[in-house]
Ligand binder design. Structure first.
Ligand SMILES: Nc1ncnc2c1ncn2[C@@H]1O[C@H](COP(=O)(O)OP(=O)(O)O)[C@@H](O)[C@H]1O
Ligand SMILES: [Mg+2]
Ligand SMILES: [Zn+2]
Length: 225
């Protein structure tokens, strides 16, 4: 059906090139059989990346409210400094780095610190809840307000984070969370784009998010696959 067609595109799993129709060979990187179908979702206004400002006409910059935004302090001084004094509402922060460098450890420590005063949720798509608990014990990061969840489906994560009770979320990681309705594997170009854009919308609409991202040998956040 023509209507369905308009909602499908093909994405090269090697280089990320996009084409409206399937091709055996990617026109960009020239590799074979790398194009995978991806459904394009309708963008309604409440899904917009700028959900809280959608539909407003352009403003002169000096007319934009100059009230200082309230920042959520992480309680880890070095992190607060990097963030310019703390986490801003709608903040979407990607923590990249090689495997084993300490991303999960740092963010669990941070979650423990924030959780001493505000409700925080740490969502892992990489480890078991038992592993997280053992690490939390070792770090002394076990406040009552730190919640943990082992989940890798993006829609379940979205639903959980739309609940207004959390002030901060950690999602570990970009390459292991996925949309099961898409054909491509977790960590592929299509999935990484999908997950990043959906979590960004959640961040703008609901609560700041720290997202863990694996970095490849070239130092870019390209897919693991
Ligand atoms: N009980 C422990 N004591 C000290 N260091 C540990 C312990 N368990 C794991 N580590 C180390 O902590 C480091 C950080 O791991 P992790 O936070 O899982 O990294 P990442 O999430 O970036 O892959 C690893 O090098 C790991 O070997
Ligand atoms: Mg980790
Ligand atoms: Zn390609």
């Amino acid at each position: 059906m023509a209507k369905d067609r308009a909602h499908t595109r093909y994405v090269c799993q090697e280089c990320g090139a996009v084409s409206p129709r399937w091709m055996g060979r990617c026109p960009s990187c020239e590799r074979f059989n790398t194009m995978v179908e991806e459904r394009i979702q309708d963008r309604t206004s409440n899904q917009s990346a700028a959900a809280n400002t959608a539909g407003r006409p352009p403003l002169a910059v000096k007319e934009v409210s100059g009230e200082r935004v309230e920042r959520l302090r992480t309680g880890i001084d070095e992190v607060d400094r990097v963030l310019g004094g703390g986490i801003v509402p709608g903040g979407f922060m990607l923590l990249g780095g090689d495997p084993g460098i300490g991303k999960s450890t740092l963010l669990l420590q941070l979650a423990g610190s924030v959780g001493a005063s505000e409700p925080v949720i740490y969502i892992t798509a990489e480890e078991s809840l038992e592993q997280i608990r053992i690490r939390a014990e070792r770090l002394g990061a076990m406040p009552k307000n730190l919640f943990v969840m082992a989940e890798d489906r993006i829609e379940v994560i979205e639903e959980t984070l739309a609940d207004a009770r959390f002030k901060l979320a950690i999602v570990d990681s970009l390459q292991t969370v996925y949309n099961p309705e898409m054909e491509s594997a977790p960590g592929s170009v299509s999935q990484v784009r999908e997950v990043a854009s959906r979590l960004m919308r959640v961040a703008k609409a609901h609560l700041p998010i720290f997202l863990v991202g694996h970095v490849n040998k070239e130092g870019s956040l390209r897919p693991v696959a």
